[in-house]
Design a protein around this ligand. Structure first.
Ligand code: FES
Ligand SMILES: [Fe+2]
Length: 417
């Protein structure tokens, strides 16, 4: 069998797979990345200039003034919900002396964005300077004052999901293509309207290489040994595309139910758009939502659901996210690099706007499945990153059924040139 070998930038030829595996400097399709790619920060940066990355949903910043901050490489940014209902992404840097403007992970700016350092104040909707204490009255209207607006970063909303890009290289066609693909599945949840609230958000700095985290996310073969909790809810076959008869029967029964409810379930496996995979999975019988006890996570249903459905609608978005919709909440996970050694994993749980904590949902009950599952994955990612530092590191092969790992690696090589 021969496989493509891709040097740092291009396909250079066909090589025997065994020889290719031993080649340390080149990427070979079907194998994990060589160290030179894993720890190439400049290549990571090119990717984030060339493509759109997921940075949350409208449910993270559900009403006027609400913000969510995040970090990509050495830069801090924040999403902010304007008085005009538009969500924007701004650089978290005051034009006065460069202090961070928002200092919490999530929060709310009352009417303006005020720097905590010397109280320069900016308008919510465009980041223009509104007031600068101790400066002359004319300063705000002067050219220097106008040049003190906050920097806005390209942000696009697709069915309530938010995508940003660092550069001009991210194609508009990507957004259009994602819109066409995601709208029929996400549209019925009306996430682009004001029907949701952020029930809980957490983030963790990981001592793990960002690419390693993404490959782990696209992989299924670690689940059986490492996600015993998650496998109370789901059949292992659901993740690995297995054809185990009892799972096939459960899927067939579930797909009839989804047809009856008008819920789309046909998988889109990065085939119609190379940034998106969509799949609807049945949960095990009796599981109303993604909780360990199978009970609903929230008393308030969302989107198209008129009753609890024993299934999830899941999205895997290149380069950096995976998102799960159930009948009563949305769980989003996204990961961004700080550098080639560390990254941050962001997770949000979004519920119906009228759901009340302690009445309709309990935070611990709502969040435990993905908290536990993520912590299991984080341990694996740290371990693999440590392994990649070793002088004995060599890229290893993916099994044939781990095609999503291969898809991610090929995709990354293609767009990070
Ligand atoms: S650094 Fe922000 S007001 Fe001075
Ligand atoms: Fe996992």
């Amino acid at each position: 069998m021969s496989k493509k070998v891709i040097m740092s930038d291009q396909v250079v030829g066909e090589h025997c797979s065994v020889q290719g595996a031993l080649h340390q400097d080149s990427y070979q399709e079907g194998y994990s990345f060589p160290r030179e790619v894993l720890f190439d920060k400049a290549r990571m940066k090119r990717l984030f200039h060339n493509k759109w990355c997921f940075v949350g949903t409208r449910g993270d910043v559900p009403d006027t003034g609400s913000y969510l901050s995040f970090r990509l490489f050495e830069n801090s940014y924040f999403l902010i919900h304007g008085t005009d209902g538009v969500i924007r992404c701004m650089v978290n840097r005051c034009a006065h002396q460069s202090a961070h403007l928002v200092t919490e992970n999530v929060g709310k700016c009352p009417a303006k964005i005020m720097c905590p350092n010397h109280q320069w104040t900016y308008n919510l909707d465009d980041g223009s300077l509104y007031h600068a204490p101790r400066m002359s009255d004319e300063f705000v209207c002067s050219d220097a004052g106008k040049a003190s607006s906050l920097d806005n970063i390209k942000l696009e909303e697709v069915a309530g999901m938010l995508f940003m890009s660092l550069g001009e290289g991210a194609p508009d066609e990507d957004i259009q293509g994602m819109r066409e693909l995601l709208d029929p599945y996400v549209g019925p949840f009306h996430l682009d309207k004001e029907g949701y609230k952020l029930a809980y958000h957490e983030r963790e700095v990981l001592d793990a290489n960002w690419l390693t985290v993404m490959i782990n996310n696209r992989e299924c073969c670690h689940c059986q040994m490492n996600h015993k909790g998650l496998l109370k809810l789901f059949s292992d076959s659901s993740f690995n595309g297995g054809r185990e008869p009892s799972y096939m029967a459960a899927f067939s029964k579930a797909s009839e139910r989804w047809d009856d409810k008008g819920l789309l379930w046909k998988e889109k496996a990065f085939d119609e758009h190379d940034c998106c995979r969509i799949a609807r999975y049945p949960m095990k019988e009796g599981f109303k939502s993604t909780s360990f006890d199978g009970k609903p996570c929230s008393a308030m249903l969302i989107g198209p659901h008129k009753e609890y459905d024993e299934g999830t609608l899941s999205f895997w978005l290149n380069p950096n996210a995976w998102v799960h919709f159930t009948s009563d909440h949305i769980a989003t996970n996204w990961v961004l690099p700080i550098d080639e050694h560390k990254c941050i994993l962001y997770t949000s749980w979004i519920v119906h706007k009228d759901a009340v904590e302690g009445v309709d949902y309990e935070k611990e009950h709502l969040t435990s499945v993905w908290k536990v599952t993520n912590s299991e994955d984080v341990a694996l990612c740290r371990s693999m990153t440590q392994g990649a530092y070793s002088a004995h590191y060599r890229p290893g092969p993916f099994s044939d059924d781990e095609r999503h790992c291969t898809q991610f690696c090929n995709w990354y090589m293609k767009y990070s040139r």
